[in-house]
Design a protein around this ligand. Structure first.
Ligand SMILES: [Zn+2]
Ligand SMILES: [Zn+2]
Length: 242
């Protein structure tokens, strides 16, 4: 005899699907269940290639801990995690998450991130999770910091404290994509300061939505290391290829 609860659940579920059909945000196809993406978009998510520098994400011939450039730069993170490349359909989702108030996607995007690198983040045993901050004026205009939405959920899922009163953005920088490489470095130089909270020898996981040129992450990393952080790791949902 069928379980009456299961029968009720499936009837209610089907009715909700009829009344409030779900559509894949990646391609607009109707999806019959409550999944975030359709099978097609899910399988089209662009993973990072196997071979890249574990500190900055630059493509290499084989997986290496540190490329030549990272070896000589104190501001490079000790470890970087990039679950995906910044390509469609993910790039389109991130743009809408960031600029079109699709904040309700933060849990699904965090789940995608953790499905690829969650175990590695746990292994790193960070003492705290910190979102890459927005400048207060930009935060005021946008109304939310997309990095903080992701960082909050990452922190909760890996059971580490989220710290948002430690790293501050002091310079209103121009969007990195509008600048050449040299200007990007000048643009974000000293853009961050670290508050009074003790971070000496602590292991810090920085979280951002997209790694574009690295300049922002490196500036934030330098501020944390100069304040005494023991290890700085960065995790961005997607990395731009270059
Ligand atoms: Zn789709
Ligand atoms: Zn590197």
């Amino acid at each position: 005899m069928p379980d009456i609860r299961q029968v009720c659940k499936s009837v209610v579920g089907s009715s909700l699907n009829v009344l409030f059909p779900s559509f894949c945000p990646g391609c607009g196809r109707h999806i019959p269940d409550a999944k975030f993406l359709c099978e097609h978009c899910y399988s089209a998510l662009p993973p990072m290639p196997e071979n890249y520098c574990r500190s900055c994400g630059t493509s290499t011939d084989r997986p290496i801990e540190e490329c030549g450039s990272c070896h000589y730069e104190i501001e490079r993170p000790d470890r970087a995690f990039f679950p995906f490349l910044y390509r469609n359909p993910l790039s389109n989702l991130i743009v809408r998450f960031k600029f079109s108030d699709r904040t309700e996607w933060s849990e699904n995007l965090t789940n995608l991130l953790l499905s690829r690198v969650g175990a590695q983040l746990l292994e790193e045993e960070p003492d705290m999770v910190i979102p890459v901050p927005l400048h207060p004026l930009r935060l005021l205009r946008r109304g939310y910091n997309q990095a903080a939405l992701l960082a909050g959920r990452v922190a909760r899922k890996i059971h580490r404290p989220l710290v948002t009163n430690l790293l501050y953005r002091t310079k209103m920088t121009r969007p990195q994509t509008s600048l050449n490489q040299k200007s990007r470095l000048v643009n974000v130089h000293d853009a961050f300061v670290v508050g009074k909270a003790a971070i000496e020898n602590r292991r810090i996981l920085l979280v951002d939505d997209v790694f574009t040129t690295g300049s922002t992450v490196w500036s934030a990393t330098r501020a944390l290391k100069e304040a005494g952080a023991g290890r700085v790791m960065i995790c961005c949902l997607a990395r731009v290829e270059y």
